[in-house]
Design a protein around this ligand. Structure first.
Ligand code: PMP
Length: 360
């Protein structure tokens, strides 16, 4: 093998995640960020977080004590990382470094596949039911001794529905693999599974993130798990992985979480208002959501035509129509009231202009 070919070892079959950029002025409603939180509030929190910061030394690791008190789980059950993605990646590495199979319940967050392919895990995809609930029968059919983990996202990206405690408990009881429960969107939902950890389930890992509550830029996420699993994940995280600026901001956010709660309430109210308003369009189906986005199916008129029309007005949404069960569907993040009204007005204008006959 020549040096060149050794350096260019690449698997052309690896799934890639496309990060798109748009010129300034476009409203990004395709990434589920939180633009509802006033930037002044974020800046204020960052400023006070940095007051006592000493960048000359390595970050201290007492962040787990803060999260432990806040989440009411023991510090030994917490692992922190650079966003939920970092935790998910390390977790895949820890579980699959010596092979094995994973079950994904699709449609779901496409990055699970990205991580699993890179650690050479075998992937088995199980379709959700048409109402987006878990298909236990099908999970059982695909389950065998090689399955080391089942991935669940609740509320699920991009369908928006949560899986309640009973279905998570059922998974934990019926399967002896690890259940990876991605709760990145749980701040917007009534469903949380942390109680199950307190009940002593050994095979549960819950993943959380600060990205959807207004802090996507700091890249912070963490896992809550049984002590056993947490220490395993920890062994795959190099020391001092999360930088001290991020950690300082996280502490400040936790200290002031009542302010963040108000923002979350505002997003939830706007989401529910958008749901009711979008339901009035007979050309669309909008699905109930407990996340900070809505899944919308275009029934009449051109799907592509609508997305292009929104783009021509500077509104970017996420096309998820190539995912199983999601023909002609797009995902819309919830923005400020003004932004959301602009989306409603633009959809209305599209149908007024082109009606159901416009075919792109
Ligand atoms: N899980 C899900 C379901 C997500 O949608 C995302 C972000 N889009 C992540 C994890 C990654 O979150 P983070 O920004 O904390 O890495």
């Amino acid at each position: 093998m020549t040096e060149k070919s050794r350096l260019s070892i690449q698997d052309p079959n690896l799934f890639d995640y496309e990060v798109k950029s748009y010129p300034q002025g476009y409203v990004r409603l395709d990434r589920n960020e939180n633009i509802v939180i006033p930037n002044e509030l974020v800046r204020k929190l960052v400023e006070s977080a940095f007051e006592d910061l000493d960048i000359r030394v390595y970050p201290d690791e007492n962040i787990v004590d803060y999260i432990s008190q806040w989440e009411n789980v023991s510090p030994s059950q917490i692992v922190v990382g650079n966003g939920a993605d970092d935790i998910l990646y390390k977790l895949s590495l820890a579980i699959y470094r010596d092979g094995g199979k994973a079950i994904l319940n699709v449609p779901t967050y496409s990055m699970y596949r990205w991580f699993l392919e890179r650690v050479s895990a075998e992937i088995s995809e199980v379709l959700l039911k048409p109402d987006f609930s878990l298909d236990f029968e099908s999970i059982h059919k695909n389950y065998d001794r090689n399955v080391k983990a089942i991935y669940i996202c609740s509320p699920n990206n991009p369908t928006g529905n949560p899986f309640n405690k009973f279905s998570i408990k059922r998974l934990l009881d019926e399967f002896d693999s690890i259940i990876i429960l991605d709760e990145t969107y749980s701040f917007f939902s009534r469903e949380r599974a942390v109680e199950l950890l307190r009940e002593g389930y050994e095979n549960l890992v819950i993943i959380r993130s600060f990205s959807k509550i207004g802090f996507a830029g700091i890249r912070f996420g963490y896992a809550l798990a049984s002590e056993n699993l947490a220490s395993t994940i920890h062994r795959f995280q190099p020391p001092y992985s999360v930088n001290s600026m991020t950690l300082a901001i996280v502490k400040e956010v936790i200290k002031n979480f009542d302010l963040i709660e108000n923002v979350i309430k505002e997003v939830v109210n706007e989401r529910d208002r958008m749901y009711r308003r979008l339901k009035r369009f007979r050309e669309l189906i909008v699905y109930p959501s407990e996340a900070n986005f809505l899944l919308i199916r275009v029934l009449e008129g051109s799907f592509r035509g609508l997305l292009d029309f929104l783009l021509s007005r500077g509104i970017v949404v996420r096309d998820v129509s190539n995912m199983p069960l999601l023909k002609n569907c797009f995902r819309l993040s919830i923005g400020t009231m003004e932004t959301n009204d602009n989306v409603l007005e633009s959809i209305k204008a599209f149908y007024e202009e082109f009606g159901g006959v416009y075919n792109g």
